[in-house]
Design a protein around this ligand. Structure first.
Ligand SMILES: CC(C)(COP(=O)(O)OP(=O)(O)OC[C@H]1O[C@@H](n2cnc3c(N)ncnc32)[C@H](O)[C@@H]1OP(=O)(O)O)[C@@H](O)C(=O)NCCC(=O)NCCS
Length: 338
């Protein structure tokens, strides 16, 4: 039974049940990933950037004879932004291959179509059943990145300290827990606007103007995700020459997510990438003592960044693929198959 679902008003039992299903999915598909916690999960699912909307549905088993709440066995949400709907679907491993995944995608796709959006995108993890699933629905692969994971216990502190100071004269590094200080927001946004050499996939929003950047940081914080930034400042001009962003999510605080790393074109070749990332890892060890790993996503063509990440100790883990499809085509295809 699939029904629309609002995480804001969901019962605590439903939130707990969704975490159980998510963790069963992770155990089946990504057993090395840390399980998720309930902390701020409601906010994680409910909060969006201004101008965006997220619509969710859940699938529950039939009500139990003793009247207790039936568990959530499937979940889908779609984030509507620009002209695209970004989909996320989960089906509990105990009920897979019964058509529930297809039904959840059809439910969300119909709404995306009715709302007038053009296409649907989804991030799909390599080497999991989701690849065959989306390909069977007609989605095509548009982009592939590699996820790499760094195990902090294997990182040599002395080496890190050396890398962090290995930046050319004329720059200094600044650690900014919580995000860039307000007086640097404009310079920060300029650095992001100038360079698109980002580590992230296209489905993750990047913010290039100051207001959008503030909104994006507010949204992150509301979702229970703590941003940390290291800046390389060019002393002569005060400009932001480089930046790296890591987010520690309340939902899995032992594994942080690397977001953008940018070195502005004129400031390349001075050791900034390596130094800002090394400084970040040093700072995170004291700021987030529970942190055990950091994960990052890179385009497979981004050789310079891959090299620095390998030096820091990142190990390639999975392919992370973006798939897409035209909504009208998907709805037609799924309706025809019913
Ligand atoms: C992908 C997923 C949603 C599929 O759910 P499902 O309910 O099993 O899918 P369906 O039963 O609707 O399958 C539809 C079609 O997809 C294809 N498919 C699904 N799973 C498949 C598998 N393991 N192998 C091959 N084909 C598969 C088949 O063509 C299937 O049709 P069929 O059963 O008639 O042959 C589910 O495996 C899942 O939740 N995966 C985790 C997704 C995720 O986001 N993970 C993120 C953290 S890892």
């Amino acid at each position: 039974m699939v029904r629309e679902w609002d995480p804001r008003t969901a019962s605590s039992a439903e939130i707990a049940s969704l975490v159980d299903t998510l963790n069963a999915v992770l155990a089946a598909d990504l057993p090395q990933d840390p399980p998720w916690r309930e902390s701020s999960l409601r906010e994680y699912l409910a909060e969006v950037m201004p101008g965006e909307r997220r619509i969710s549905w859940v699938a529950k088993a039939e009500p139990t004879a003793d009247g207790s709440e039936a568990p959530i066995l499937g979940h889908v949400h779609v984030l509507l932004l620009g002209d695209i709907g970004v989909l996320e679907v989960l089906v509990h491993p105990s009920v897979r291959r019964t058509g529930l995944g297809r039904e959840l995608v059809l439910t969300a796709a119909r709404r995306v179509y009715q709302e007038g959006f053009q296409s649907i995108g989804v991030e799909v993890v390599g080497d999991t059943p989701a690849i065959a699933f989306y390909e069977s629905l007609g989605f095509s692969r548009e982009y592939v990145e590699t996820r790499s994971v760094l195990d902090l216990s294997g990182v040599d502190r002395a080496e890190l300290a050396e890398m962090a100071t290995g930046v050319a004269a004329g720059y200094h590094l600044e650690f900014c827990p919580g995000g860039p200080p307000d007086e640097l927001i404009e310079a920060y946004a300029r650095a992001k606007a100038e360079v698109r050499d980002v580590e992230d996939g296209e489905l993750r929003p990047s913010s290039y103007d100051p207001q959008r950047l503030r909104d994006s940081l507010d949204c992150l914080r509301r979702r229970g995700m703590k941003p940390y930034i290291v800046l390389a400042l060019h002393e002569q001009t005060g400009e932001v020459a480089g930046l790296t962003e890591v987010v520690v999510p309340a939902q899995h605080p032992t594994r942080a997510d690397q977001y953008d790393t940018i070195v502005v074109q004129d400031h390349r070749g001075y050791g900034i990438d390596r130094a800002i990332k090394a400084r970040m890892l040093m700072e995170l060890r004291s700021a987030e003592p529970q942190l055990a790993e950091v994960q990052t996503w890179n385009a497979q063509t981004n050789e310079a960044m891959l090299k620095v990440n390998a030096e820091l100790g990142y190990r390639p883990d999975r392919e992370w693929c973006e798939y897409g499809i035209d909504v009208a085509e998907l709805v037609h295809r799924l309706d025809a198959g019913r």
